[in-house]
Design a binder for this molecule. Structure first.
Ligand code: SF4
Length: 269
């Protein structure tokens, strides 16, 4: 079997076992399109014209810069949740960068605000930054980020097409689980991001993200496979890429979740 044949899954989609392989096979947009076309994968059209998306990406870069600037200026006044609900992107990024609302600010190197298209239809939400995210100030980098990129690729998406954020904007020490009071303090920032983006679908990545967003302690298995809701936005739950790296056999279940997400978005019959 050829490599491309091996990477092809049922229905012509990228086999989830080859998500990371797929990522390495994408040197440019044209090759990516040829690769997907050869596999019979339907490409989705961008909802936002490239010019606008590029402008949005540029704005996001500016926000990241303001975030970094604010962070380097050291802790600032705590942001009031009511005020957070009225902030524009620039003020929101600055507020996160200067936030001291919970104890996690003491151990962070950088806040991790979020990245992607601020007009995205898809929003992916994880639990909190890890060590590499804390160093780089961007969510889902490192191996877990590469796997997420592969999952996006399998959906015909890239990081620039979606918006990626975490519930917590600062890294918990030793990657421990987020604490309820930290979620309570930090969630207004995520909620404002959701309100500004108004995505068509949120994908909660992992048990902790799902529990934080849905205010439940149900097992992940009971949350998967159905349409849920976060502040009026449809939400589905799937595995965190870091979990999938440790448990590759569950990639197929994650792919089922992503296909459900695609159906909800009307992209797959
Ligand atoms: S985790 Fe959130 S609430 Fe806590 S300091 Fe960081 S930005 Fe502020």
């Amino acid at each position: 079997m050829t490599k491309s044949g091996a990477a092809r899954g049922a229905g012509g989609f990228v086999n989830p076992e080859h998500w990371s392989y797929s990522l390495r096979m994408v040197p440019c947009e044209e090759v990516r399109r040829q690769y997907l076309a050869a596999m019979g994968i339907q490409l989705w059209e961008r909802r936002v014209p490239p010019g606008i998306a590029a402008a949005a990406t540029e704005r996001n870069r500016a926000q990241s810069t303001s975030d970094a600037d604010a962070a380097s200026a050291g802790p600032g006044p705590a942001a009031d949740p009511v005020t957070v609900g009225e902030m524009d992107w620039q003020r929101l990024a600055a507020a996160v960068g200067a936030c001291t609302r919970c104890g996690l600010h003491l151990g962070r190197n950088r806040t991790v605000f979020g990245t992607g298209d601020i007009h995205a239809r898809w929003m992916f939400v994880g639990e909190a930054p890890g060590a590499e995210e804390d160093r780089q100030g961007e969510p889902f980098v490192g191996r877990a980020g590469q796997l997420l990129n592969g999952m996006l690729f399998a959906l015909g998406l890239s990081r620039e097409d979606v918006y990626i954020a975490n519930v917590l904007k600062c890294r918990p020490p030793d990657n421990r689980d987020p604490q309820p009071d930290e979620v309570e303090q930090c969630e207004p920032y995520l909620l404002r991001q959701v309100d500004l983006i108004r995505p068509k679908l949120i994908v909660a990545l992992g048990r902790h993200a799902a529990h934080s967003l849905l205010r439940t302690d149900l097992a992940l298995g009971k949350l998967r496979g159905q349409q849920l809701e976060y502040h009026g936005i449809p939400l589905i739950v799937t595995y965190h890429p870091a979990y999938l790296l440790r448990n590759p056999a569950d990639k197929r279940k994650a792919w089922e979740d992503l296909r459900l997400a695609s159906r909800l978005m009307g992209a797959v019959p």
